[in-house]
Design a protein around this ligand. Structure first.
Ligand SMILES: [Zn+2]
Length: 76
């Protein structure tokens, strides 16, 4: 069976591979649950709310700021 393997690399081209998530984007992002500031954890590829601790996944360098997609902090 032929499997169509497509290489869907994220669009780069500005030579800023070391900063996958836009810092200006992070500045305007807030937690949709509590409205608190969020922080990008690059090593874990999550956006963490500094206020309520919800962890939002980052898919293809795009922060998924959805409460239903977020993980609650382990120490709840
Ligand atoms: Zn929050």
């Amino acid at each position: 069976m032929f499997q169509g393997i497509r290489h869907t690399g994220s669009p780069r081209g500005r030579g800023e591979a070391s900063v996958p998530v836009d810092k200006e984007l992070l500045d305007i992002l807030i937690c949709p649950s509590c409205g608190g500031d969020v922080e990008y954890r690059q090593d874990e590829e999550v956006i963490v709310c500094l206020k309520c601790g919800l962890r939002y996944p980052v898919k293809d360098d795009i922060p998924v700021m959805l409460i239903e997609e977020a993980q609650k902090p382990a120490s709840a």
